[in-house]
Write a protein that binds this ligand. Sequence first.
Ligand code: CP
Ligand code: NVA
Length: 303
Amino acid sequence: MSVRHFTDLSAVSAGDLRIMLDDAVARKTRLKAGERSKPLEGKVLAMIFDKPSTRTRVSFDVGMRQLGGETIMLTGTEMQLGRSETIADTAKVLSRYVDAIMIRTTSHDRLLELTENATVPVINGLTDDTHPCQLMADIMTFEEHRGPVAGKTFAWTGDGNNVLHSLLEASARFRFNLNVAVPEGSEPFEKYVDWAKTNGGKVKFARSAEEAVDQADCVVTDSWVSMGQEHRARGHNVFLPYQVNAALMARAKPDALFMHCLPAHRGEEVTDEVIDGPHSVVFDEAENRLHAQKAVLAWCLGA
Ligand code: CP
Ligand code: NVA
């Protein structure tokens, strides 16, 4: 069997993604019932971080421990990578030591180069372009609260960033409608929109946040300035019409969910009343990173 990488939702079949989500739910249920199995005993995951993280770092670490495995935490700057050893050589070396590699990095090309040169599974823990593990947790969270996601309508309002790119891929893979409202100049990359549309995604661009959110089942946003994107930071007045506040949320369905991958910038992309309010499932999303990624690890490592 070829090495199973988890680079993007577009790189994994819809069938395999569904297998992982079902497995995540089953693992969560067993964990809550107190069951402890150790299918990854003796396995080691190397985690490389070129950017900060709270959820990704802790959930992968705890997930590996719960599965019986271990982790090695690495930061790009402390490795020879930071002294210009190539990604390709790093991939070949790490593959001789560890059973899988998770990387959070800047350019998507770094992830792809690592994947091309590693002989063990590589998992994308976020790049400038995508954040597939987040979407696995988000779809799991939606379905826990509202049942099958197929045919539902998600609305994204704010910056067209890496989380939106993975949401676009998820809309095609899991067959839900996606309305997008972003300010001019903050559009998602066309290749993600085109891929979603040509793979069965129903993506619509709205003229305003209000139009996007109208009768949506789930409203999603994220920070206005992503990590490493500070150079293209734009005035908050550009994004203010895209803020998720109570008035905007009221345009969605009465039982709509509010999602945010966190960390949130309260008072910017979302107000306290929404993120702490009855629609919000942000901490369920954060918890489900753990369960969804355990399923990803198990899929990659055949456990
Ligand atoms: N949502 C997410 O990936 O959070 P961290 O940056 O804390 O890992
Ligand atoms: N879009 C955000 C997500 C953080 C988890 C960023 O890249 O900074």
